[in-house]
Design a protein around this ligand. Structure first.
Ligand SMILES: Cc1cc2nc3c(=O)[nH]c(=O)nc-3n(C[C@H](O)[C@H](O)[C@H](O)COP(=O)(O)OP(=O)(O)OC[C@H]3O[C@@H](n4cnc5c(N)ncnc54)[C@H](O)[C@@H]3O)c2cc1C
Length: 490
């Protein structure tokens, strides 16, 4: 089986790795990975500069989703997996230019502890009263139309909770807008809780009780005692580039074509014709692991309806800026990992991470790294600004937010670095589930075609890895079935 993989981001690399394993194990498979840039990894990119790990795209993955850590272990990177420094995990929200910590007991968007919710400065009195009354919210029948996250959260907790909590949190994860993101695709557990319990607070408390009971049962049955709490995020000691390098090193170099965009795809009698680098080649199967907008252009030639559905998945862009300071130049930063900025604050920046606090041991003593995020659905125009302008805006905003005593406008960063990620983050907008179903139906009708990447079933690194590997495994399984059927006939 000859397979073309289009796109060498983490999803395409994971697919190629799976095919390479089969090839090394003696299966009659070969593959070509086409990547338009001069490097593999897509959004994953990091560098070690003067002993300091600088992440240019994502910095970690959710520990709860095992696919990424499993792959790292398989690649021999197990000893380099490091947990986030959760003992110091506090996130602040900017409210009228003051940093307010998220109250204790907030489980994603849902307040579950009375006293911290009553005392927090994050919400006004009327929102707090609304949060208490939410306990009486009636169940909503399942099967109703999809709605936006903003609409779900506003129905339960009011508009202020959308502005100060849902929108900044989702813009941190998806670079997206709560008014556009699909509640059913982005917060499926909350949608289920609403249909079962009515109140999301009651649903969340019930889920928490179940988790505690399961943990108790585990520790009663296990001689090792209570299960240690897992860190929320996992990173790699040397940066996520370690994962890209380790994966790429596993592949057959002759099978990886960098700086070779695929610019045409056709279904033929013999399989799939792939046009790239001025040549056309025929493959038995194709894994399209490019962003959906690029997949839509290629597959629109094969099936216009499929092309249209793929092209209708919106994307947002993102800019990350690393500002490295000598700690001696800074006052005391607020506790925790950093802060999020609601759109209503009218700032350019969306968020800032105190990198040296989030993962220990990746920043040399005496240095501090502030990593700011810009862009998102409302910030596309910022992509056109120069690096110098972006850095100047951030330095001004950071000093206004943190205070001159903590970060003076005059304090010169020892290093600045800007990365632009154009149309990189798929947006699961309202109706995403239905769109995904239509896409899956049309893909199933095209023999030897699989899709992978962040546009379908999870935006994070673990889901992209899971989907890339799954695409390759499914093709391998079909190939084995047709091979053994061929042997039986002959
Ligand atoms: C700034 C930022 C921060 C993030 N933070 C996190 C985080 O902390 N944790 C987390 O889990 N996730 C995070 N994410 C999300 C996650 O990184 C991405 O969703 C994931 O890496 C996407 O992988 P992918 O392989 O689907 O796509 P991509 O990485 O976009 O790769 C697709 C590849 O396809 C190539 N391509 C496109 N068209 C063609 C063509 N015609 N021919 C050949 N090649 C083509 C592109 O050049 C690209 O390399 C972040 C994303 C960004 C942008």
């Amino acid at each position: 089986m000859r397979t073309a993989i289009i796109g060498g981001g983490i999803a395409g690399l994971a697919a190629a790795y799976e095919l390479e394993k089969a090839r090394k194990a003696g299966s009659a498979v070969s593959y070509t990975l086409f990547e338009s840039r001069d490097r593999t990894g897509g959004c994953l990119s990091s560098e070690v500069v003067d002993g300091l790990v600088l992440e240019y795209g994502p910095d970690s993955f959710l520990t709860e989703k095992p696919a990424a850590a499993e792959l790292c272990r398989e690649l021999g990177l197990g000893a380099d997996l490091i947990p986030s420094n959760d003992a110091n995990r506090k996130t602040h929200i900017l409210v009228r230019n003051r940093l307010v910590p998220l109250p204790d007991g907030l489980m994603f968007l849902i307040p579950t502890k009375l006293v911290p919710t009553a005392l927090t400065r994050l919400f006004s009195l009327s929102t707090k009263v609304r949060m208490a009354l939410e306990l009486l919210h009636p169940p909503r029948p399942s099967g109703l139309e999809d709605e936006s996250v903003a609409s779900l959260v506003e129905r339960h907790f009011g508009a202020e909770t959308v502005d100060r909590l849902a929108d900044p949190l989702l813009s941190g994860i998806f670079g997206g807008d709560a008014a556009q993101l699909s509640a059913r695709s982005v917060l499926p557990r909350l949608v289920e809780m609403e249909s079962q319990y009515g109140s999301l607070t009651r649903g969340m408390l019930a889920a928490h009780r179940k988790m505690r009971a399961a943990a108790k049962k585990f520790s009663a049955q296990s001689s090792a005692g209570p299960r240690p709490a897992r860190a929320i995020f996992t990173a790699l000691r040397g940066g996520l580039q370690q994962l890209v390098d380790a994966l790429t090193a596993q592949l057959d170099p002759a099978s990886v074509r960098l700086s070779t965009p695929v610019n045409g795809l056709r279904k033929t009698d013999g399989g799939w014709r792939v046009d790239a680098g001025g040549a056309a080649e025929i493959y038995d199967a194709v894994i399209v692991a490019s962003p959906a907008w690029a997949a839509g252009v290629l597959l629109g030639e094969v099936d216009p309806l499929l092309g249209e559905a793929l092209g209708s998945i919106p994307y947002s862009s993102s800019i990350t800026v690393n500002l490295v300071y000598d700690e001696s130049q800074l006052g005391t930063l607020p506790e925790g990992f950093g802060f999020l900025v609601p759109a209503s604050e009218g700032r350019s920046m969306l968020a800032c991470t105190f990198v040296h606090r989030k993962f220990l041991g990746r920043t040399p003593p005496g240095k501090a790294v502030l990593r700011a995020f810009l862009g998102g659905m409302r910030g596309e125009a910022q992509l056109a600004e120069t690096d110098a302008d972006l850095v100047a805006t951030l330095r001004r905003e950071l000093s206004e937010i943190l205070g001159e005593k903590v970060l003076s406008r005059q304090a010169e960063p020892v290093l600045t670095q800007v990365s632009r990620w154009r149309r990189a983050m798929a947006q699961y907008s309202v109706g995403h589930g239905e769109r995904k179903r239509r896409i899956a139906e049309r893909v199933a009708a095209l023999d030897g075609l699989r899709l992978a990447g962040n546009a379908y079933d999870g935006i994070g690194i673990p889901d992209c890895i899971r989907l890339g590997r799954l695409a390759a495994k499914e093709l391998l399984a079909n190939h084995q079935v047709s091979e053994s059927a061929g042997q039986q006939v002959s």
